[in-house]
Design a protein around this ligand. Structure first.
Ligand code: GLU
Length: 445
């Protein structure tokens, strides 16, 4: 991410310590991180080696090549993946990411995290994830549609309402879900809205899905503040990443909790305001210029400085490996709310534990998205649609319940919130595996 100190305002410099820029994420393998996190929880639980062996690997994965005719007449072959980590608790669930830096190991990690996310939220679903290596920022709408449809043509035998239900993730949106749902429905010869979630409202999407990840994040921040005795009104936050999760989180922290947003950034740079910036103005500016940089009433701030701001809540809301051994020591937030998947490395976790930073781990913090996806799937299957308030209330109830379970486990087992979240989730998946008899010797075979 571009972040040079030369673009930094004097005000922001005085408020922050200079810290090393983060290393490029390629240096850190998210799947190795996911497995190491799991190992830590398995040790704590004393889980048997056979069960660990099952949980450490995805059950199934498909690699596909997608030939697509570009607008200039050339054919480009895009690479894509769908990974199903575990379906012991129900059909796999998880988004599809379109990103130029996508790798199979990133998809494996994200699929595994979906298994824990669905189990922690007690959804009757397993974990999966998909990805296509492409750069939507440089593609036309027609090209994107071709990639989306070709991807579904190649994976459609592996997905379905009772097998694996995709959804949006980084750089995919309701329009892309609409094309994918249409392609799947054509292939199977019947309208199948429940094959994919995050659809537009007009095609069976759920009220409240668009900002659900952020809303869930804000509910968990509210609970964390309650636990730590932080008054939310007037409390401060900084947001790293200004896509769906980041932008809605900024707005909802202001609207629902009365917080002040001191800084936000995106892949092109960041902005700062000591008085608190207007999240809607940053969204408007980004819509016009493709970046929050230059939002009226703000001064520039580098990513290293944003992460080191003295705020109550720091929200990593973009990609993996943002908080590492190189920069976590400089974090001065009381709470790190992981709206992104996998933003924190093991070294950073250790530093946060030493410093007493309260981490709301990713698969708890950002579980609002998949929870409302589950509501969407339920609504599609019953053809009975709920109002916005009903969605918000049900989401709030589920987020609070999961937060309290994790907090209670963390206090009881004297461990950090991430390991506690793993303990709750892994036990649920392991129970389903045991009950299904996957680890029993088969008689007569
Ligand atoms: N991509 C989102 C996540 O990582 C949502 C997944 C879903 O709705 O299935 O949680």
């Amino acid at each position: 991410m571009p972040s040079s100190s030369s673009r930094t305002s004097g005000a922001a410099v005085k408020k922050t310590r200079v810290v090393a820029e983060r290393k490029p994420s390629q240096e850190l393998n998210p799947f190795a991180l996911a497995q190491a996190q799991l190992d830590k929880a398995c040790d704590k639980l004393g889980l048997e080696p056979e069960m660990r062996a099952v949980l450490r690997q995805p059950m199934r994965e498909l690699h596909v090549a997608l030939p697509v005719r570009l607008d200039d007449g050339r054919v480009q072959v895009f690479q894509g993946f769908r990974v199903q980590h575990n379906d012991a608790r129900g059909p796999c669930k998880g988004g599809i990411r379109f990103h130029p830096a996508e790798t199979i190991d990133t998809v494996r990690a994200l699929a595994m995290w979906m298994t824990w996310k669905c189990a922690l939220m007690d959804l009757p679903l397993g974990g999966g994830k998909g990805g296509v290596i492409c750069n939507p920022k440089e593609m036309s709408s027609r090209e994107l549609q071709q990639v989306a449809r070709e991807y579904i043509r190649q994976i459609y035998h592996m997905i379905g309402p009772d097998q694996d239900v995709p959804a949006p993730d980084v750089y995919t949106d309701p329009q892309i879900m609409a094309w994918m749902m249409d392609e799947y429905s054509r292939l199977v010869g019947r309208h199948t809205p429940d094959v994919i979630t995050g659809k537009p409202l007009a095609l069976g999407g759920s009220a409240g899905r668009q900002d659900a990840t952020a809303r869930g994040t804000v509910y968990t921040v509210r609970e964390a503040c309650r636990h730590l005795g932080i008054l939310t009104k007037g409390a401060t936050a900084a947001i790293q990443g200004y896509g769906n999760a980041g932008a809605y989180t900024a707005q909802l922290l202001v609207d629902l909790l009365g917080m002040k947003i001191l800084a936000v950034n995106d892949s092109r740079g960041g902005v700062y305001s000591a008085e608190g910036l207007d999240p809607a103005a940053a969204v408007e500016h980004k819509a016009k210029t493709k970046s929050v940089v230059g939002t009226p009433g703000t001064s520039p701030i580098s990513e290293a400085e944003l992460l080191a701001l003295e705020v109550d809540v720091l929200v990593p809301a973009a990609l993996e490996n943002v908080l590492t051994g190189h920069n976590a020591g400089a974090v001065r937030a009381k709470i790190v709310a992981e709206a992104a998947n996998g933003p924190t490395t093991l070294e950073a976790d250790d530093l946060f534990a030493d410093k007493g930073v309260f981490v709301i781990p990713d698969f708890l913090c950002n579980a609002g998205g998949v929870t409302v996806s589950y509501f969407e799937w339920v609504q599609n299957r019953s053809s009975w649609y709920w109002g916005e308030q009903e969605v918000y209330e049900r989401l709030d109830g589920r987020m609070v319940r999961a937060f309290r379970e994790v907090l209670a486990t963390s206090l009881e087992a004297k461990t950090d919130m991430r390991t506690a979240a793993y303990m709750v989730a892994v036990q649920r998946v392991a129970e389903a595996i045991r009950l299904r008899g996957w680890l029993e010797p088969r008689s007569g075979v």
